[in-house]
Design a protein around this ligand. Structure first.
Ligand code: NDP
Length: 424
């Protein structure tokens, strides 16, 4: 269920967001949920990244409320071991198997279990934490996140790529296993906060706001010379490298368009993208009576993370308070799809469906990595993703996880060939 409030796509009308659904009196809540008589048990997948460290920052400010079960990273053993010690995690997992010995040594004498490799990442997600932050970047997060979903956990979902590469499958698993899905992405978290799940048929459209990224006002010629350093320097948000580049190409808004389609079961024609450079309004929901509801705040991911961490209650977040008088002016623009072709591409991909979203996601990961490695130019990213989608999109839609992984592999190989040709 999406936040225990709805049935998810294809599930018909969403349920009521009544008081009981939002948690009920504290006396009725069980141990381990952080609101009853024990701390809430937590696992953070991707704890060393931008979302992961922000999550642990919130946990560190209220340590009595939480107990950390498992933490995971890909390569950053030093930070992972430091976090595991600080939060007295039961398990620490590093994705890269070659780093197992280093992790084991860093945790020697602590009693914290160390493990490594893709299976250990999945194992971390199966450990009995009531709340799981899914903050691994890219399709690499799909299988561990699905493990948490399949045991019916509350999953705070930052990893949008899960929904882009396997949206139907993912949402089906959420519904089948009675997992609770709480969106972390600031836009989807905003929509979640103002979406009337009890009157979904009365929603006219959802409006995803976009900062426009660092090159919002640049022309294509200037964008041709963009460096990785310029692309990761986002004007409003501090984020990991991949999502920062996605924001700069506006592919990120495209990925979020697909993410919104799955989380809120909204057809593409009822999802709008609106550029709003100040990143104060995090997104909006428009209703059939003309009302438009928005969630606002300063751009700090600790607000949406805190929303999911405390849900269904609210917990404090140490973020700068919004001062609209100081902000003064809020601007809005329609996205320029000629300068940012990724937006148009994603619209087409969602409309055509089938394997196309999985291909798009994988190709984008390869192209962004190649750009960060200075092997291709900034404008090549969207162009190579487009060409990979065109080459492979006749493949049938994935119906199971193996299909998704097959398509993902094929798309990575095809895009890698295009990168090699472009870099030659
Ligand atoms: P980061 O790059 O900062 O962190 C990624 C995390 O995933 C790190 O812990 C990293 O470990 C780990 N990781 C990377 N590759 C693998 C792999 N192959 N296997 C296992 N673990 C891996 O990313 P962000 O925190 O910025 O983003 C995480 C997710 O959240 C993304 O999907 C992003 O789109 C989404 N998101 C992020 C926002 C933000 O503000 N940052 C906002 C909204 C959504 P290591 O440190 O060892 O490399």
């Amino acid at each position: 269920m999406v936040g225990n409030l709805g049935k998810g796509p294809g599930g018909g009308d969403a349920g009521q967001a009544g008081a009981a659904d939002r948690g009920g009196p504290a006396a009725e809540r069980g141990p381990g949920d952080g609101r009853g008589d024990g701390p809430r048990s937590i696992t953070v997948l991707g704890s060393t990244g931008s979302i992961g460290t922000n999550t642990l920052d919130l946990i560190a400010r209220d340590p009595e409320r939480y107990r950390v079960e498992a933490l995971t990273a890909n390569a950053n053993v030093a930070l992972l071991a430091e976090q595991a010690r600080q939060f007295r995690a039961r398990l620490a997992v590093v994705g890269d198997p070659a780093r197992y010995t280093a992790l084991k040594e860093a945790l020697a004498g602590t009693g914290i279990e160390a493990a490594a490799g893709p299976d250990a990442l999945k194992e971390a997600a199966t450990r009995p934490a009531e709340w799981v932050m899914a903050a691994i970047v890219g399709a690499a997060g799909l299988e561990p996140t699905l493990e948490a979903v399949r045991r019916g956990a509350t999953v705070a979902l930052a990893n949008k790529e899960c929904l882009v590469c396997a949206g139907d499958l993912f949402m089906r698993e959420v519904a089948t296993h009675g997992a609770t899905l709480l969106p972390v992405d600031s836009e989807h978290n905003a929509i979640f906060q103002v979406f009337d799940f009890g009157q979904k048929a009365r929603v006219d459209k959802i409006i995803l706001t976009a900062s426009g990224g660092p090159f919002r006002t640049w022309d294509r010629a200037a964008m041709g010379g963009v460096t990785p350093e310029q692309a990761v320097a986002h004007p409003n948000w501090s984020m990991g490298a991949k999502i920062s580049v996605d924001s700069a190409t506006m592919m990120n808004k495209g990925l979020e368009y697909i993410e919104a389609h799955h989380i809120f079961a909204m057809p593409p024609e009822q999802i709008e993208i609106l550029v709003h450079p100040q990143s104060v309004i995090h997104s909006m929901v428009a209703y059939v009576d003309g009302s438009v509801l928005a969630q606002l705040g300063t751009p700090d991911m600790r607000t949406p993370i805190a929303f999911t961490l405390g849900w269904p209650d609210r917990v404090p977040a140490p973020v700068a308070r919004l001062d609209l008088g100081a902000v003064g002016t809020l601007q809005f623009e329609t996205p320029d799809e000629a300068r940012f072709p990724a937006v148009r591409l994603v619209r087409e991909v969602l409309r055509s469906g089938g394997a196309a979203p999985t291909i798009l996601n994988a190709a984008n990961e390869v192209a962004v990595a190649a750009f960060l490695d200075r092997r291709i130019g900034f404008l090549d990213i969207a162009a190579l993703v487009d060409r990979t989608v065109s080459r492979l999109q006749q493949r049938p839609a994935p119906t199971c996880l193996d299909d998704v992984l097959d398509i993902d592999r094929a798309a990575r190989a095809a895009c890698a060939d295009l990168v090699a040709a472009a870099a030659a």
